[in-house]
Write a protein that binds this ligand. Structure first.
Ligand SMILES: [Zn+2]
Length: 243
């Protein structure tokens, strides 16, 4: 029964982050601050009609409405349902072997932010800076409360090394090799995970990036950008749940 509760709690968060992502996608500056000027009510992506409360119930509304808008009868983006299911599974997985404490709440916030970033990066190859700000704040508070001094120092040195590498590569190649957003995610991961697990996350993300690049190089377009933020989120979550 508690499993169902955690899953549905995650689905509610998934619904929230999905609507936040689509609102931020419309905002050029990727800011939370400008969102208040828009209608506070959720509306249909296609016809723009305000949605009633019964149309906003995660998963259930989508199934009840058979994936179509009640006003314009157009198909609702499957992204809504997939986000709700994905975040539901994330919170459910985190709840295994966890007790109701501050660390559990921090891990839910940390991974929800990480996956909101991952979904945004996957679609737009961009990372909203306000997500990064809250993610770094969450990871620093997590490290501080648990007195993870080693994590913090290791994360700081590792991030500075990556930033220096980016600076040199950008200047040599005369183009941006990878985004600054990725560097900030690396710092947040370093604060959250102990050094050995953190290194494993960076290693598996880099290796999976290399595999994708090689496949693209052989079969299609190697110039296409890699959503490295998404790869790091997947890698971090796998290690959090499996190790
Ligand atoms: Zn509609």
């Amino acid at each position: 029964m508690s499993g169902l509760f955690y899953f549905y709690f995650g689905a509610i968060l998934g619904s929230y982050f999905q609507s936040l992502n689509s609102r931020m996608a419309k905002d050029q500056n990727l800011n939370f601050s400008n969102l208040n000027t828009e209608s506070r009510r959720s509306n249909c992506d296609i016809c723009g009609n305000d949605l009633q409360i019964f149309e906003l119930i995660p998963i259930i509304s989508f199934l009840f409405l058979k994936g179509r808008c009640r006003h314009c009868n157009q198909k609702i983006s499957i992204e809504h349902l997939t986000s709700e299911l994905l975040f539901g599974l994330i919170v459910l997985s985190l709840s295994f072997n966890a007790s109701l404490d501050l660390n559990f709440a921090s891990s839910i916030l940390f991974f929800c932010l990480l996956f909101a970033i991952a979904l945004f990066d996957l679609k737009f190859f961009l990372i909203p800076k306000n997500y990064l700000f809250v993610l770094i704040l969450t990871s620093c508070v997590f490290a501080l409360v648990n007195e993870y001094v080693v994590n913090f120092i290791f994360a700081l040195f590792f991030t500075l090394s990556i930033w220096l590498m980016k600076y040199i590569l950008d200047n040599v190649k005369k183009e941006e090799t990878f985004g600054l957003g990725d560097v900030f995610i690396i710092f947040a991961l370093g604060c959250y995970f102990e050094p050995i697990l953190f290194s494993l996350i960076i290693l598996t993300s880099a290796l999976s990036g290399l595999v994708i690049f090689t496949i693209r190089f052989i079969f299609s377009n190697p110039e296409k950008k890699l959503p490295f933020g998404t790869l790091m989120a997947l890698s971090a979550f796998s290690i959090e749940v499996l190790v």
